[in-house]
Design a protein around this ligand. Structure first.
Ligand SMILES: [Ca+2]
Ligand SMILES: [Ca+2]
Ligand SMILES: [Ca+2]
Length: 738
């Protein structure tokens, strides 16, 4: 195997996980790191674990993720961004860039103690790419972009919402070529570290052959309007051939790379090879060119690399062409994900200065200043002094466009759930506009989405940064995330009651997100005291339980069953409890209306001694949350307190104070209407939007508080300005008198 770098022998025994300055070349920066790059790298790898589809490996560190899309034809891989489609073109590109990061700077990563976790994450995605093999074709996409984007919920419930997803196969050169590049780069990076590298090379060669034989993107259809192959496939063939040459040392791949060059992109209205634009999921020509210059050592191609990097790093540009600059020096290529282009160009600059330009001090200085300025801009060295990486540094984004991290239960980006319920550590957001403007909003998918490919070149560049600077990973990462309240609970009200019955409206609620999940074997118990019934000479058999309305037609009743002494209960049991799911306004609460009665003529029913009625009102618009109706997953108590004091364990308290039940006096019972009629009436009431109930449970909206505070600040500021103006006027008046 041909090697560009030296492999640092042995592993680092130090548990300190320090990366010392000057590992590769230390003249330029022996000073303290301006940012903790090891922490940024640690968090970036965590982000890739958030993106994992299929069965989660045991080393996955994300407490709020679970297995998902288990029916996909190929399990595993990464969800693309804040959504849940698996697109192989950007996925394979991201894998290739991650591989390049440790291929080039693996020693630095090892010094931070993160090599194993990095390797795990890389192998996770490479294994998926291997599993996508279908002989003469590959599975290149799972899930339909249009359908996927119609819903806003957690990865774990995608299949509950939309069923098993379609998979799509093709032999198109762009995507098979990119998959070949990823596997070859992975094999090169993990040589000597992984037992899988032989396999990776085998599949890389196999996919490359498909790509080369096809030389067309015609069958690459389904990703249209999401990840079109704008630049065509020659760049992928060129890039993959270079990686295959590195991984195998076989000169035939260098020859193939050479054959691609006449077909690579050209500058507009020119024969000159393209040097504008940037390395990205669609166009990997510039990465390929750098590899080709390294692989051949030819000055001609070194010059091409230089021209591209000068276009990015020299504010005066090349031939009058230069990347735009946003305030603060961000090299700004495009409104979508400007930071990923800049950090990826930065990575190419770092590799180039460590390889083909290593003897050119001026270029090394120029390129080093460039990539450092770009990564530092992303991490917080910018006019707004804000980090563009979630959960990192000062003032980071808190509303990234990412469904699972947001944790909505109502299929809405900004209604019931206004603050993200999870911290999406390590995700690089799109970044500011070319004027530096940026809004941290969940629905801002232009500036605030996150994606596998956004983090890819950025992560690779972090490998360089940890190699250069002394920095340390966080020891207790990730911090344990606490649910923001009970994930499952009951709220209820009294529909009506009389001297022979109690009729209730009960909503089981599922706001789970640690991870989002359903309970198939779901049930809950309503408890009542039958002393008065027994005193009247009746038995428990005289008590009837009837469901009048069942939102999902899934419930059945069991009982009355004796709990203890005269305390009995009725169990409402779901045949399939997965109807209750945090996937939409209707589904997040499952409603039942149930009447518990003795025969009409026995006017002896007394609810005042009933355990479960305490705290309930007859206000069906503002149901009370009650812990006296207990909920079960199978036989396990998951919500509430049974009459003997047995309490569900591990249930997190509500953060806001639960509304007082000041309204616990019941209105005069109605006895004339039949149950069926009542049901009709209440069913109408059901049409009231569910979120109204949610809103009443919410604490003061913090943004309103902010607004109030900022209004106050404006008033105070205005008063001060007026005072200052009066004072100034006074002085001027005095002076003019003189
Ligand atoms: Ca391409
Ligand atoms: Ca009673
Ligand atoms: Ca409902």
């Amino acid at each position: 195997m041909k090697k560009i770098r030296k492999i640092l022998a042995g592993t680092i025994a130090s548990s300190l996980m320090l990366c010392s300055a000057g590992l590769l070349k230390s003249e330029i920066h022996a000073e303290k790191a301006p940012f903790n790059y090891a922490e940024a790298l640690q968090k970036s790898l965590y982000f890739y674990e958030v993106q994992q589809a299929g069965p989660l490996p045991e080393w996955n560190r994300v407490s709020w993720r679970g297995d998902s899309t288990m029916s996909d034809d190929v399990q595993g891989g990464w969800y693309d961004a804040g959504d849940h489609v698996k697109f192989n073109l950007p996925m394979a590109y991201s894998a290739a860039m991650l591989a390049w990061g440790i291929y080039q700077y693996g020693e630095g990563v090892e010094k931070t103690g993160q090599y194993e976790i990095y390797q795990n994450n890389l192998e996770f995605v490479l294994d998926y790419l291997v599993a996508c093999d279908r002989g003469n074709e590959v599975v290149y996409q799972i899930g339909d972009g249009e359908q996927d984007h119609k819903w806003w919920g957690a990865a774990e419930l995608v299949e509950l919402e939309m069923g098993k997803r379609n998979s799509y196969t093709c032999n198109a050169s762009c995507v098979t070529g990119e998959m070949a590049a990823a596997l070859a780069a992975g094999a090169a990076a993990l040589d000597g570290k992984s037992k899988k590298t032989k396999d990776y090379i085998k599949y890389a060669e196999h996919y490359f052959k498909i790509a080369w034989d096809t030389k067309s993107d015609e069958s690459y259809i389904k990703a249209a309007s999401f990840y079109d192959s704008w630049s065509g496939f020659w760049d992928e063939l060129f890039w993959a051939a270079n990686w295959l040459y590195i991984a195998t040392g076989d000169k035939k791949y260098l020859k193939k790379a050479e054959e691609c060059i006449p077909n690579l992109g050209r500058e507009n209205q020119s024969d000159e090879l393209k040097f504008t634009w940037g390395m990205c999921w669609d166009d990997v020509m510039q990465g390929g060119m750098l590899l080709y210059a390294i692989n051949t050592g030819k000055d001609e191609y070194k010059d091409r690399v230089q021209k591209h990097l000068d276009y990015w790093s020299d504010p005066n540009g090349v031939d009058g062409k230069t990347v735009q600059r946003a305030p603060g020096g961000l090299a700004w290529l495009d409104s979508w994900g400007c930071l990923r282009y800049a950090t990826t160009a930065g990575f190419l600059a770092s590799v180039a200065s460590d390889t083909i330009f290593s003897k050119d001090k001026a270029k090394v200085k120029q390129y080093t200043e460039f990539y450092e300025s770009q990564i530092n801009y992303a991490l917080g060295d910018n006019p707004d002094k804000r980090s563009y990486v979630v959960g990192f540094g000062e003032n980071p984004p808190i509303h990234p466009h990412h469904r699972t991290a947001h944790g909505a239960w109502d299929d809405m980006k900004n209604e019931a759930v206004t603050e993200h319920r999870h911290t999406l550590y390590g995700a690089l957001v799109g970044g500011p506009g070319n004027d530096g403007s940026y809004t941290d909003a969940t629905d801002n998918y232009v500036n605030n989405e996150v994606a596998d490919d956004y983090n890819a070149g950025y992560t690779a560049l972090l490998c360089k940064m940890v190699s250069e600077y002394k920095c340390e990973t966080l020891r207790d990462f990730p911090p344990e995330e606490q649910p923001d309240g009970p994930e499952f609970y009951i709220q209820a009200n009294i529909n009506q009651q009389a001297d022979s019955f109690t009729e209730l409206k009960i909503n089981a609620v599922n706001h789970s997100a640690w991870p989002a999940r359903v309970i198939t074997d779901l049930s809950y118990n309503y408890y009542f005291d039958l002393s008065e019934v027994f005193e009247a000479g009746l038995t428990a058999d005289d008590v009837t339980v009837k469901i009048g309305y069942d939102e999902w037609s899934q419930a059945e009743t069991v009982g009355p069953l004796q709990y203890k002494d005269n305390i009995y209960y009725v169990k409402i049991k779901y045949k399939d409890g997965s109807v209750l799911a945090p996937i939409g306004k209707e589904q997040e609460q499952a409603e039942i209306q149930v009447r518990i009665s003795v025969p009409d003529q026995n006017k002896i029913w007394d609810s005042s001694n009933d355990y479960s009625i305490e705290g309930l009102t007859n206000d069906n618009q503002n149901q009370n949350i009650t812990d006296r109706i207990t909920m079960y997953d199978g036989d396990t108590l998951i919500w509430g307190t049974e009459p003997d004091g047995t309490k569900a364990t591990g249930v997190v308290e509500f953060k806001p104070v639960i509304r007082d039940n000041e309204n616990s006096e019941f209105s005069e019972p109605e006895t004339s209407e039949s149950f069926e009629e009542d049901t009709e009436i209440v069913t109408e009431a059901e049409k009231e939007p569910d979120e109204e109930i949610q809103n009443t449970e919410k604490p003061d909206d913090s943004s309103e508080t902010d607004q109030t505070e900022s209004k106050q600040s404006i008033i105070i500021l205005s008063v001060l300005i007026v005072i200052a103006l009066i004072g100034f006027g006074f002085i001027v008046a005095k002076k003019s008198k003189k």
